[in-house]
Design a protein around this ligand. Structure first.
Ligand code: PGA
Length: 278
């Protein structure tokens, strides 16, 4: 083998895995376990053939539905991955009402949302708790989906990047580039969540490019392989345009993920998004 060939092969081996498109449905406090089973079954029927080879599709049902969702997905061999919406940062103890990361891991949960703006705003989750929770999720072999985003006021004041940088710094302190590359970060502008006001594809791309650049700067070049999602009033109609942004690797979908028909339509649109993996 020539030196050139050897170098090319070495480069191939060290190249980070391509960033697979990820579409995640955040069901928030909707669907009891029976509705979840029905929705998953219908999703199984509606998801386009070969969807899972192009797009990783994740559902985040409420806690009480997770066991039913796990068995439905497994028994029917559905091309879906299980996610959770929240957890506590301790493994066990006197924390009435909370759910521990190892409990989620035992249910086959792969992705856990952390720092969603509803948790931050309505339940007082602060940056310190977000960081501790993110570490706990990683410790149990699951993937944190760290949510960041600016409010309407911050956006109007031109402080979007400052806000994103502060949230990233607080949540990811001490992680090296490799650890960051294994995370998912969701850019969710607070003003776009549940409002019907989707960010423009240009704004979503600009924010995701900023986040990737910032992570590389703070954690090293390996961090570039992190997957970045956009979230906030995504619909089947806006999916393709949003995913055209070269730094937008997927979508976090609330309202439009509740019904199997619209969520399947989003997955279908996402399948057309990338001819070559990035
Ligand atoms: P939405 O929610 O799609 O209903 O705006 C997104 C989210 O909160 O993750």
């Amino acid at each position: 083998m020539s030196a050139d060939q050897a170098a090319a092969e070495a480069a191939q081996q060290t190249r980070p895995a391509p960033r697979r498109v990820l579409v995640a449905g955040n069901w928030k406090m909707h669907h009891d376990h029976l509705e979840t089973i029905r929705t998953l079954q219908e999703l199984g029927l509606r998801l386009p053939e070969g969807a899972s080879s192009r797009v990783e599709v994740v559902v985040h049902p409420p806690f009480t539905d997770l066991r039913s969702a796990q068995t439905t997905i497994e028994d029917r061999g559905l091309p879906l991955v299980l996610g959770a919406q929240h957890c506590y940062h301790q493994d066990a103890g006197a924390f009435t009402g909370e759910v521990a990361p190892p409990m989620l891991a035992r249910l086959g949960v792969r992705y856990v949302l952390v720092g969603h703006s509803e948790r931050r705003r309505l339940f007082g989750q602060d940056d310190q708790q977000v960081a501790a929770t993110l570490q706990a999720i990683r410790r149990h072999g699951m993937v944190p989906v760290l949510c960041v985003g600016e409010t309407e006021e911050e956006r109007a004041a031109g402080a979007t990047e400052e806000r994103l940088a502060a949230q990233l710094t607080a949540a990811l302190a001490g992680l090296d580039g490799e650890a960051v590359s294994a995370l998912v970060v969701a850019y969710e502008p607070v003003w776009a969540i549940g409002t019907g006001q989707t960010a423009t594809p240009e704004d979503a791309q600009a924010a995701c490019a900023f986040i990737r650049g910032r992570l590389v700067e703070a954690h090293g070049p390996e961090a570039a392989a992190v997957r970045l999602l956009y979230g906030g009033s995504v619909t089947p109609e806006t999916t393709l345009e949003l995913l055209r942004g070269r730094d937008v690797d997927g979508l976090l979908v609330g309202g439009a993920s509740l019904r199997a028909d619209s969520f399947a339509a989003i997955v279908q649109a996402a399948m057309g998004a990338r001819s070559t993996p990035r």
